[in-house]
Design a protein around this ligand. Structure first.
Ligand code: SF4
Length: 454
């Protein structure tokens, strides 16, 4: 019998969302579909008919985290606290039926291409009508980008991710994402704009554009350097006051894109460009197209065009072949570039990637030590930059108000989840509101701010 989403009506469904913002968009879409099918959706992990776990699985720690959550759910199932366990997302896509062997007792494994059938799959699992244990729904890995309208937003609802493309055509030697998420596909502009309008109508004040590789948007649709044009269309939508760009591949940042970001007032001067490394030999081994000289020039171009620009990057230490001199070059670069924010990850040898087959793997103690050195150097820079903001007048988007009246928010230089925050002392702000503040103090990565009385 073909599963019918309406059969999910009335089921109590718990939902756990793991991983990055791209996965969060998938979680929100599944939550929307479950809600539309009449499920009672909750964040509870026990006392539910079905628990859906949307996993991440692109590196070993993410896989381990997902397996821990899955195993905990299976223990709850064994005790009768959870009816069925359905596992979706990147780890399901990456491992398929093998996942059922690592964690026995999963009722259904749902790949990325089957996301939109979640309500029907949940209904079938709840009734125990699966003929296999687990039932595996993998679907197609690569195709057109799924539509993300009709989401149930996780969080306060005034800030939302807007996925502009899916997959990646670059072949960075360390990365599993193209094998999990498939080839690069742009979402059509009309669909992106319609989704942004829907989010705006629902009260979203901050749109955060995401993709695996945002700067490539439009390339597969025959649009060269398409991101600036897309930004102009999004900028014209009433409602959102901030538009933030994430995951800009450095060589894709054109002069036109820089000019557009600099000129359009709603596009915040915040550039997230994962560089991964700076040594040319390591970049070649990573199969990245950027090179040190060009990256240095790009940083200078960005700071000249936007003196108030906030720069964030991510780095990887310990790729095979990274010796002391390559690492020292990276450390010196970090001290020279003075990024406002940075994530530094140790390299994990992931099955199926080109880097996993390379000689001269770096031992794990060295990788850890290098990560600590980079993060310590960056910490000093970030704390110093935070201190230099004391006295500045900023606009803050309020994210949360605590019972004692204090509030937490962010200025344009702070992206949700990954950056520091502004701790707002006093005032009568509410979530989703923009308030004028002055920076009174800094506390590590965070700013302590006072509302401006006007
Ligand atoms: S650009 Fe990013 S997502 Fe694409 S292969 Fe490289 S690291 Fe992976």
């Amino acid at each position: 019998m073909k599963p019918d989403p309406r059969e999910a009506a009335g089921l109590k469904v718990g939902f756990v969302s793991l991983g990055c913002p791209k996965n969060q968009v998938d979680s929100e879409k599944m939550l929307g579909l479950l809600g539309q099918a009449g499920c009672v959706v909750t964040g509870d992990e026990e006392g539910v008919d079905v628990l859906v776990i949307n996993t991440c699985g692109f590196i070993q720690p993410a896989k381990e985290e997902a397996l821990e959550v899955i195993r905990k759910a299976l223990v709850a199932k064994g005790r009768g606290r959870v009816g069925r366990v359905v596992v979706a997302g990147c780890l399901s896509q990456r491992m398929g039926a093998e996942l059922g062997k690592e964690a026995e007792g999963i009722d259904a494994i749902v790949g990325l291409g089957e996301r939109d059938k979640i309500a029907a799959i949940v209904a079938k699992a709840a009734e125990g009508r699966e003929t296999e244990q687990p039932a595996v729904y993998l679907g197609r890995k690569s195709g057109s980008v799924a539509k993300d309208r009709g989401r149930l937003l996780i969080g306060a609802g005034h800030s939302a991710y807007l996925r502009i493309s899916e997959g990646c055509n670059r072949r960075c030697s360390f990365c599993t994402i193209p094998s999990i998420r498939g080839r690069f596909h742009s979402k059509r502009k009309a669909e992106i704009v319609a989704e942004a309008k829907e989010l705006a109508a629902n009260g979203v004040r901050e749109l955060i554009l995401i993709a695996q590789d945002s700067t490539s948007w439009g390339r597969d649709l025959g649009i060269k350097d398409g991101l600036p044009g897309l930004l102009e269309d999004l900028h014209a939508i009433d409602g959102p006051r901030w538009i933030r760009l994430m995951y800009l591949y450095p060589t894709g940042i054109s002069d036109t894109l820089i000019e557009t970001i600099a000129e359009l007032p709603k596009i915040v001067h915040y550039i997230d460009m994962p560089l991964q490394h700076i040594n040319d030999g390591i970049l070649r081994a990573m199969r990245r197209s950027d090179r040190r000289e060009k990256t240095n020039a790009l940083i200078e171009r960005l700071r000249t065009a936007m003196p108030d620009v906030i720069l964030r990057t991510t780095l990887i230490v310990g790729l095979p072949g990274e010796g002391d001199s390559e690492f020292s070059e990276l450390l010196e670069f970090v001290q020279w570039a003075r990024f406002d924010a940075m994530g530094c990850f140790v390299y994990y040898s992931e099955e199926g990637t080109a880097a996993a087959r390379m000689d001269r793997q770096v031992d794990s103690a060295t990788k850890q030590r290098r990560q600590e050195q980079i993060m310590l150097a960056q910490q000093k820079i970030a704390f110093d930059l935070a201190r230099k903001r004391i006295g500045l007048r900023l606009d803050c988007l309020v994210d949360e108000v605590k019972p004692d009246g204090s509030a937490m928010g962010r200025f344009y230089g702070q992206a949700p989840e990954i950056d520091g925050v502004c701790l707002i002392r006093g005032g009568s702000a509410h979530p989703g509101q923009f308030v004028g503040v002055t920076v009174a103090e800094s506390h590590e990565y965070d700013l302590i701010v006072d509302p401006v009385s006007s």
